[in-house]
Design a protein around this ligand. Structure first.
Ligand code: HEM
Length: 203
């Protein structure tokens, strides 16, 4: 049965197959808004990303998670995105609003948090494409306005592979794996809901 196979798959693969449909819908929804069509359209996209970064920031400091994932603290991206907001003069009230919007979305358990971290770390893969658009269409860069989309110095692929290997070595029970799936799905749903709010499509 499919459920049994998913339970036996490495955690990173199970997370990917569990969320691929939701990811595809999210990807399509974001691009439909044309966030690179003008700087005014990029700003709401940046705020959507800011909310995800605020929602996950505290997870990078959790003790159990740091024990499970040794380089976790270096993987957070709140600082670069706040610098992007400053580069583009995003008003303080909007930044504060985004911080508050993200405050209620904290996952309950460490296992669920793993799913959120999977979604947040994985988003740096698609960011390669988004960074190319930000550069070409808007003249932004890893030094101005699009810092949060930059790859890691080790290379995006290698950094991601390393993270997946850490996930696959986690000592999670079946129940905890289920929570991790729920966390990843909730993270994507959180971003989708914020895309709907911040990036409305014209009629
Ligand atoms: C328009 C926006 C986005 C585009 C175009 C996009 C595109 C992509 C692409 C092309 C990949 C695969 C890269 C590869 O395998 O080398 C990917 C992976 C991923 N993206 Fe996105 N993405 C977008 C937004 C997001 C967001 C907002 C999130 C998180 C909330 C996210 C989460 C992930 C995850 C978790 C993976 C890794 C899947 C896996 O291999 O396990 N993406 N994305």
């Amino acid at each position: 049965m499919e459920q049994t196979q998913t339970a036996q798959a490495p955690l990173s693969e199970a997370l990917k197959s569990h969320t691929s449909g939701t990811h595809e819908r999210l990807d399509r929804r974001i691009m439909e808004f044309e966030p690179f069509g003008a700087i005014e359209r990029y700003l709401p996209f940046l705020r959507m990303q800011l909310r995800l970064n605020y929602a996950t920031a505290s997870l990078y400091q959790r003790e159990q998670l740091k024990q499970w994932l040794p380089d976790l603290e270096q993987r957070g991206r709140l600082e670069p995105i706040l610098q992007d907001c400053a580069d583009l003069s995003l008003p303080d009230e909007q930044i504060e609003c985004d911080r508050q919007q993200a405050a209620d979305s904290h996952p309950i358990s460490d296992a669920e948090a793993i799913g959120w971290l999977y979604a947040h770390q994985g988003s740096s893969l698609g960011a390669a494409i988004l960074l190319r658009h930000a550069k070409k269409d808007l003249g932004l860069s890893e030094e101005k306005g699009a810092r949060h989309l930059a790859g890691h110095a080790d290379g995006r692929g290698r950094h991601w592979l390393n993270f997946k290997q850490q996930l696959d070595a986690l000592p999670l029970s079946d129940e905890q794996r289920g929570e991790a799936m729920k966390g990843a799905e909730n993270a994507l749903a959180f971003v989708f809901a914020n895309a709907e709010t911040l990036m409305p499509l014209e009629l």
